[in-house]
Design a protein around this ligand. Structure first.
Ligand code: TXA
Ligand code: MG
Length: 318
C-alpha cells in the first residue's frame, strides 16, 4: 500500500470519512501534530493503529471529538473538566477522565485502563472530518512509535506511507508540538505531558498541577525514550562538535557551521515549537553523526520543547 495524499476538498473529506467508517485508517492534520485516525468504537481499527505505529499495547490513545457534547458519552466530566473544556476546547488540551459507564470507545483505546483521554482539536480539517465520520476518532501522533511526530503531510508519508490509505494534507501544523495532557481521574489534577497549551494557563483556572515523577502514575507513553531522531541528541550544547549538526535558538546562535537549523532567529518560543520537529528531521542526516541542541528557555512553550528534547536525547532503552 502507498498512501494517497489529498488536499482537503469536501470530496476528500467525504472519502476519508467513508474509509474511517469502514474501519480503515486516515491521517489528518490537527493544530498540534498530524494524527493517525481510526474509529474509536471499532476494535479492529484501533488494533490497526497500534500495529501501524508499532506502539506497545499498554500505551493508550487519545479519543478525538468535535466538542464537549460529543465527549460526554465517552467520559465523566467533573467541575474541573468542565472549566478546562469550556476555556480551552477546541484546542491543544487533552483531558484524562474516568470512562463513562457505557463508553462506546473500545477498551484498547484506554489500554485497558478505567480512564479515557479526550480532546477536541481546533483544526478545521479535523473538525470537518469528525463531523463527516460521525464517530469519535482514536488518533495518536502519525509517526512510528518512539520517533519524531509529523507536522507536515510529507512527514506522515515518510513515517507511515505504507500503513495508511489516505493522508489529508493540511500543510504545516500551526502549533507543532503535541497537546498538553492533564489527568483528572483523582483528587489531584496532574500534568501528564506538557504541550501546546502552557501549564500556567491551566493552573490559573484550576490551581496547581502535580508533576508526577517517573513511575506507575506517569502517563504510560512517557516512560521511555520518545520523539527521537536516528542520530544521538546532545542537549544544552553551546556549539556543535565534530560532525554534529546544530539545532540553534535565538539571534546569537554560533555561526560558521555547515548544518544549522535555527528554531527561531528572533528567540520566539511559539515559533520554536512550530519548527521543532521539522528541524530535528532536517538535521537527522546520514552525513552527520549527532545533533547538538542549543539551550532553550524553559518558560511558556519552552517547557514542552525541553520535555521533548530530553526524551529524544535518552538512549532508546531508557
Ligand atoms: O496533540 C496531540 O495530542 C496529538 C494529536 C494527533 O491530537 N496526539 C498525540 O497522541 O500526541 P499520542 O498517542 O502520540 O500521545 C498521547 C499521550 C501519550 O503520552 C499517552 O500515554 C497519553 O496521551 N494517554 C492517552 N490516554 C491516556 C490515559 N487513559 N491515561 C494516561 N495517559 C494517557
Ligand atoms: Mg506520540
Amino acid at each position: 500500500m502507498r498512501a494517497e495524499i489529498l488536499m482537503p476538498t469536501p470530496d476528500a473529506i467525504r472519502r476519508a470519512a467513508a474509509l474511517l467508517r469502514a474501519g480503515e485508517l486516515v491521517a489528518f492534520p490537527t493544530e498540534t501534530v498530524y494524527g493517525l485516525g481510526g474509529d474509536a468504537t471499532n476494535a479492529a481499527a484501533v488494533a490497526a493503529i497500534f500495529a501501524a505505529k508499532g506502539r506497545p499495547a499498554l500505551n493508550p490513545l487519545i479519543c478525538h471529538v468535535a466538542d464537549v457534547a460529543a465527549a460526554r458519552p465517552l467520559a465523566r466530566f467533573d467541575a474541573r473538566a468542565e472549566i478546562l473544556a469550556t476555556a480551552f476546547w477546541p484546542g491543544p488540551l487533552t483531558l484524562v477522565l474516568p470512562r463513562a459507564a457505557d463508553c462506546p470507545a473500545t477498551a484498547a483505546v484506554s489500554a485497558g485502563l478505567p480512564s479515557l483521554a479526550v480532546r477536541a482539536p481546533a483544526h478545521p480539517i479535523a473538525q470537518a472530518l469528525l463531523a463527516a465520520a460521525g464517530v469519535p476518532l482514536a488518533a495518536p501522533s502519525a509517526n512510528r512509535a518512539g520517533r519524531i511526530s509529523a507536522t507536515a503531510a510529507a512527514h506522515v508519508l515518510a513515517e507511515l506511507g505504507d500503513k495508511v490509505k489516505l493522508i489529508l494534507d493540511g500543510g504545516d501544523c500551526a502549533i507543532g508540538i503535541e497537546s498538553t495532557v492533564v489527568g483528572l481521574t483523582g483528587e489531584q489534577a496532574t500534568l501528564l505531558r506538557p504541550g501546546g497549551l502552557a501549564t500556567g494557563d491551566i493552573e490559573a483556572l484550576i490551581g496547581p498541577l502535580a508533576r508526577p515523577g517517573a513511575g506507575p502514575a506517569e502517563s504510560p507513553g512517557m516512560l521511555s525514550a520518545h520523539y527521537a531522531p536516528r542520530l544521538p541528541l546532545r542537549i544544552n550544547a553551546l556549539h556543535p562538535e565534530g560532525r554534529e549538526g546544530l539545532l540553534a535558538f535565538g539571534p546569537h546562535a554560533p555561526s560558521g557551521f555547515a548544518a544549522v537549523f535555527n528554531l527561531s532567529e528572533r528567540g520566539d518560543l511559539a515559533e520554536a515549537a512550530h519548527n521543532l520537529y521539522a528541524g530535528l528531521r532536517a538535521l537527522d542526516r546520514d552525513d552527520l553523526d549527532g545533533i547538538a541542541v542549543a539551550p532553550i528557555p524553559a518558560a511558556g512553550l519552552g517547557v514542552a520543547i525541553n520535555d521533548r528534547l530530553r526524551r529524544a536525547a535518552k538512549p532508546p532503552s531508557a
